[in-house]
Design a protein around this ligand. Structure first.
Ligand SMILES: [Zn+2]
Ligand SMILES: [Zn+2]
Length: 242
């Protein structure tokens, strides 16, 4: 199973899981033409599109997904905010499971400044993938994970440096505490879960001003002993079941 990252930041998020026959799109925050290119214009293999929440960096192009005829799963708040409806639009209910081709999808509540979900995604080719972004914490642990895609937006140390340098406004620190994931929280979630069968850890949605790529990679690598990537446009990695 190939993971293609089209975008992973406040300027736009979109990921594609593609095993050659079936593709699942996660997030609609990147121009639709880019999505079509990444799919080599093979739109027929798209089995669905998952949205986490209504912010434009995740849902700006949801209407393109619906108009193209993709099955779209999103919280009712997202569908209302973006004014989308139709027979292929599924209004997400927490506690329910969903099927898109051979992908099984279980949403769970995230912790953001608007209603937001994370997804547990199972496919025979990849095993179990955890996807969690725009969440200040995670209330749950998940058994049997094979790959983890998780936000690591900022570190408090880098944030304070940025505030002292006048790059980031002090009020941002309060906002971030309840909306985005800090490095130590990310590491805490990784150590709270059984990651013995995890092959890849992909860090999502790094802040341009308050993130620190090399440090995040080395700290998470040290904490987990796993291969750690930073999601950025153009990154392609294999998420296979070992
Ligand atoms: Zn975001
Ligand atoms: Zn957001």
């Amino acid at each position: 199973m190939e993971l293609k990252v089209l975008g992973s930041s406040s300027s736009g998020n979109c990921y594609i899981l593609d095993n050659g026959n079936e593709a699942l799109i996660i997030e609609a925050g990147i121009r639709f033409m880019e999505v079509k290119k990444a799919l080599d214009f093979q739109l027929r293999k798209v089995v669905g599109c998952l949205i986490t929440h209504q912010h434009n960096d995740h849902a700006k192009y949801i209407k393109n997904m619906v108009d193209t005829g993709f099955y779209v799963l999103a919280l009712p708040e997202v569908l209302t905010a973006k004014g989308v409806s139709g027979s292929r639009v599924r209004s997400l209910e927490l506690g329910k499971g969903y099927k898109f081709g051979n992908f099984k999808v279980a949403p769970f509540a995230a912790c953001h400044d608007v209603p937001c979900v994370g997804y547990l995604i199972d496919h025979p080719a990849s095993g179990r993938i955890l996807f969690l972004t725009d969440s200040c914490m995670c209330e749950y642990t998940f058994p049997g994970l094979n790959h983890i895609l998780i936000e690591c937006n900022y570190s408090d140390r880098k944030l304070i440096e940025s505030i002292n340098a006048g790059i980031t406004l002090p009020i941002q620190r309060t906002r971030l505490l309840t909306s985005h994931m800090e490095l130590e929280t990310c590491k805490g979630i990784l150590s709270a879960n059984d990651i013995s069968n995890v092959s890849n850890v992909v860090l999502l949605h790094l802040s341009k001003d308050n993130g620190d790529e090399p440090r995040f990679i080395s700290e998470v690598q040290r904490a987990t002993g796993k291969l750690v990537y930073i999601a950025k446009p153009g990154l392609t990695i294999q998420l296979d079941r070992l």
